[in-house]
Design a protein around this ligand. Structure first.
Ligand code: ZN
Length: 139
């Protein structure tokens, strides 16, 4: 994992094999980010996607083992239990150019993953919401 600060933004480059969720979390903690937006592109394998079922309050997960393009990685960073925590969604496509998408639980970097993190002023916490079962932005 490599990164450079460009003005207020941080450009992150993940290297082959780097796990995406934990890498973004690690950088956010190292930089003390309390709120941010992020976007990225690249390629990944072993991608674990989630679909949240609001009735059961549980995620259904599926794993895409083969290497895929990350067409779009979008999300934000807020504080959960006092620590920076990324919430990311991805759209991925494979050799057949069809896309799959969902909540990103994990994935390993293929050739590269490029993420631009834009920290926001201040911080935002996530708090458990009993109605949805989710940790929602406390705004
Ligand atoms: Zn999500």
């Amino acid at each position: 994992m490599r990164h450079i600060r460009l003005g207020p933004a941080i450009l992150l480059r993940l290297e082959t094999g780097d796990e995406i969720f934990s890498s973004v979390t690690e950088l956010a903690r190292a930089e003390g980010i309390g709120a941010a937006s992020l976007s990225g592109i690249g390629a990944a394998y072993g991608v674990v996607l989630g679909y949240y079922d609001r009735r059961t309050k549980e995620y259904t997960r599926t794993t895409v083992e083969e290497e895929v393009e990350i067409v779009s990685l979008v999300g934000n960073i807020a504080l959960k239990d006092g620590q920076p925590f990324p919430h990311m969604h991805v759209t991925i496509s494979g050799r057949d150019f069809r896309t799959m998408a969902g909540h990103l639980f994990e994935g390993r970097t293929g050739g590269t993953v490029e993420v631009v993190i834009t920290p926001l002023a201040g911080f935002v916490h996530r708090r458990k919401d009993d109605a949805t079962g989710l940790f929602l932005l406390d705004v």
